[in-house]
Write a protein that binds this ligand. Sequence first.
Ligand code: ZN
Length: 241
Amino acid sequence: MRYALISDIHSNLEALRVVMKEIVKQDVEKVLFLGDIVGYGPDPNECTENLRGFADIIIAGNHDHAAVGMTDTTFFNPHAKRAIEWTDRVLNDDNRAFLKQLAFTSTIKKESIYLVHATPKDPEEWDYLMDVRDADINFRFFKEDVCFLGHSHIPAIMELSPEGDINRYYNSSEIKEGCRYIINVGSVGQPRDGDPDAAYAVYDMGSVEIKRVSYDILLTQKKMRDAGLPSPLIERLALGR
Ligand code: ZN
């Protein structure tokens, strides 16, 4: 089976469109989405509708839950909070109902794949899995061979060897027999690894690759300005930070 994995669209329709176009060319059988359809960006309804017609599995992110009042925004920074309040106002009833029913995790038993937005340890706490130490703890909280996640917007491939060592790879890795993996697929709509291009992953059971594709950042930024969204959120798109 060949999968495409996407995460953290954050209402960025321009980024989502180019990623969808690229994925169609990749000839994958299934598309899996790891949370945060909305928040930050200018097109929450359009992104929700496009994704619903495109992805085979969709799980919840913290911004999806926050936008429909299911997660409190106390720990959001002020700009993120303003964007969530704006999203809350513009989301239509149908998309709101869709975001409300999303699950925290999903598994594909046959291929031993586990999906979560934030961490396997506490999916509902929205903690960040950033380094090898975090990965070491989290490998104990799922039993599948491969866990895909998002949330930090920073792509990473963590490999647990049968001896218990953890190796970190950045853009691609072969999937080795006997090893287990935690793979962060990066962000479609708000990358934070210094590369502003949209990120997604292709996984074919034997290897995983993080792919990057450029999109019309200026158009997304213009829409954000027109919507009155906070300027730090607009500027960071061009920086990939
Ligand atoms: Zn996110």
